[in-house]
Ligand binder design. Structure first.
Ligand code: NAD
Length: 352
């Protein structure tokens, strides 16, 4: 277990058990160097308890990177609730999880993830202050969409030298909460849309509302477009799909878009600019973190739009050092975390 923790770079791992509610939960904390760890809570079925631990360990460090590059005063963590096999009372389960979070005294702030809803966060909020994504803060998806839109603008400026999206073609994969909101923004900005989703109702809505052209789910990779915007599944940039791409840049909300690290290099080799997923999709996290700190409105939106500036910085750095953008992003996040853990005296000594 400690080997696994060391490999994942975690500082602490917590197990919570409450037989009365059926709670079996794990909280993995990667870093609190920049502030309280923040990250979603999954509640899904796991075949083996070890799989739940592995999931928490695997996902925590990504949250530290995401929060650091979003400029938030937070580290990263992740929680997993093993969904009970027997019938259970959802409110009691979540309230028990809230007590577990509360015991950590604010080292970890929980949020929504796969298998949890706003109503679960409301239940958790009955027993802890350290929760976001409650009905008071609302759906993060429109905020994620705002960040992705700002990211697309920055990528288009960098790669195509254009300050407007008017007349550009964007292909969107996945028209759910985020994908539909991005489609609306792109349409309003004068972009032409090509869309796909496995749900025909969502496709029809975009065709009707935004004059989008629909294509079959597996045809979206090869369509000719300026921008490919993945907003559905993870691992969709891989050795099979990358050779099919017919676009200048990839910029979308989906998590874990690269099936493996090498896929970032494959995109670069094809001269396709990639906006790293955890940088461009941080708008929702920025919203929930700032809402938790009592900040909303224009101040929050300005911070979300700054995702575009962060990406521009990473694109320039990748060009200058001839590296893949995803690699530059990781290095940058690691440097921010290291700077936060390095004692001030040592930093001063180094810069002297
Ligand atoms: P969602 O479930 O509302 O939408 C996903 C959509 O993708 C659905 O409409 C689904 O039918 C579609 N889809 C699934 N398989 C597909 C396929 N093979 N081809 C085309 N479409 C397919 O999810 P969402 O909240 O819109 O999130 C979209 C992505 O963005 C996810 O990867 C999510 O992890 C990521 N993300 C979301 C947020 C947020 O604020 N919601 C924040 C950060 C990252």
């Amino acid at each position: 277990m400690f080997k696994q923790m060391e490999h994942a770079g975690l500082t602490d791992l917590h197990f919570g058990l409450d037989p009365a509610s059926g709670l079996k939960a794990i909280i993995a904390i990667h870093s609190t160097a920049r502030g309280a760890a923040i990250g979603g809570c999954r509640c899904i079925h796991y075949a083996r308890e070890q799989d739940a631990v592995t999931d928490a360990l695997r996902l925590a460090h990504g949250m530290s990177y995401k929060a650091a590059l979003a400029g938030l005063p937070h580290g990263g963590g992740k929680a997993v609730i093993i969904e009970p096999e027997q019938p259970y009372d959802r409110h009691h389960l979540m309230a028990a999880f809230g007590r577990f979070v509360e015991q950590l005294g604010g080292r970890y702030i929980t949020a929504m993830d796969s298998g949890t809803e706003v109503s679960d966060m409301d239940s958790i909020a009955t027993t802890t202050r350290f929760v976001s994504c409650t009905s008071a803060s609302g759906d993060p998806s429109p905020h994620t969409a705002l960040g992705v839109f700002a990211g697309i603008q920055a990528a288009v400026r960098h790669r195509l030298g254009r300050t407007t999206l008017e007349g550009l073609t964007v292909s969107i994969q996945g028209l759910g909460h985020v994908g539909h909101a991005i489609a609306a923004r792109l349409h309003a900005a004068g972009a032409r849309l090509i869309v796909s989703d496995i749900d025909p109702d969502k496709v029809r809505l975009c065709v009707d509302q935004f004059d989008a052209k629909a294509v079959a789910a597996d045809a979206i990779y090869a369509v000719e477009a300026d921008v490919f915007c993945p907003c559905g599944l993870g691992a969709i940039l891989n050795a099979t799909t990358i050779p099919q791409l017919n676009c200048a840049l990839v910029a979308g909300s989906a998590n874990n878009q690269l099936a493996e690290d090498e896929d970032g290099n494959r995109l670069r080799a094809r001269n396709i600019l990639y906006a790293p997923d955890y940088v461009i999709n941080a708008g929702g996290l920025i919203h929930v973190a700032l809402h938790h700190a009592g900040i909303d409105g224009e101040q929050r939106d300005a911070k979300i739009r700054a995702i575009g500036d962060t990406l521009t910085h990473l694109f320039n750095e990748a060009d200058r050092t001839r590296q893949s953008v995803h690699h530059v992003a990781d290095l940058h996040a690691e440097a921010l975390l290291k700077a936060a853990t390095t004692p001030l005296s040592e930093q001063e000594h180094r810069h002297a």
